[in-house]
Write a protein that binds this ligand. Sequence first.
Ligand SMILES: *Cc1c(COP(=O)(O)O)cnc(C)c1O
Length: 421
Amino acid sequence: MDFVNLAHPDERVDFATAVQRGLGRGQGLFFPERIKPLADIDALLDLPFVTRSARLLAGLTGLEPTLAEALVSRAFDFPVEQVSLGGDVHALELFHGPSLAFKDFGARFLAACLGEFSNGDPTTILTATSGDTGAAVAHAFHGIAGVRAVILYPRGRISPLQEKLFCTLGDNIHTISVDADFDTCQALVKQAFDDQALRRDLGLNSANSINVARLLAQVSYYFESVAQLGGKAPVFCVPSGNFGNVTACGVARALGLPVRRLLAATNRNDTVPRYLADGRWEPQATVATLSNAMDISRPNNFPRVEELARRAGVPIADYLRSVAVDDVATTDAIVELDAAGYLADPHSALAWKALVRELRAGEAGVFLCTAHPAKFAEVIEDTLGRAVPLPPALAAVRDKPLLSARIPGDIDALREQLRDD
Ligand SMILES: *Cc1c(COP(=O)(O)O)cnc(C)c1O
């Protein structure tokens, strides 16, 4: 399987190279050159989750089937649960992994791949997080020999418990709080990758959602969702920030998974909904919202979504629908879901709100629950007036000291930190 740099299509590499480089030349994104529709979707849907996911990923990556099976079973060692809320609306719970967020799927598969592909040279995983990526990456790489993970995050813009979940591990996990917003953190990562000397000396690699291994891993649970629905094609509603998760749904659809419609929900950082409405790409300053993992106004996976639409031969506005849900509607959604007996974090609640606004009669709808409600306990408590019980993974880190370094939002400070650390 060849992977092509979408910005420079003459750069074509195999899966291992795409994973190790993270980004292509000129900051281009790698993407499978061709996604061939699968022959027998029904038989695939009948398989157990890990076996099916290994088949899918072997096909998408070109990995040997036995190796794919080994990597997938190491990475996906926790369940995907789909809960029916009645009225053919379903919650796809992706937060049963170690960091309690869907990013565990991608991060753990990526860590398994890099462990497999590394040949003893020093490797530094450099990534920016608006919250959940950090925890997923930290846990996925914690204790992996020869790999250091460096995680940047916007100071004061992620939930305190979230910060505890990944900034207390130590060992080969280094965390840096940046006095800037997430988009700046993301820009710093890109600048570090553009510094060839730094990149070479430290063996820089990205674990951000720009890494194609993470993206492809996420294709797996869309198949699981449809399998649990008994094969009916649902409308998927994905709470979106960098649009990696939506891209994975698009890849699943290109493989032939029955998907009725694809819906991307955003918060007030609504670059994509506005773009689909009027064709103008006009990111505005990022604003802080309750769904802070989605506080992104320049979603860096969007070129991949556009590529999928181009290959499907439909205008982007027909390929994908995107709606923005503000904080008031998000807290309303938390209250309404709670009244119906379902506790949802702000990101998941926002996706539910967008889904029920858009779902038509006779359609099945699936909204993605991307984080455990306890990760956003402060918001839930403010909204519902009661405490959320902490799952063991969070209770264990609550009183540990934060180990983060702190830097201003400029590349020189980051470079110094990376070289000294
Ligand atoms: C990262 C994240 C998202 C957004 O996913 P993208 O792939 O960046 O669009 C949504 N919800 C939660 C909880 C997240 O951590």
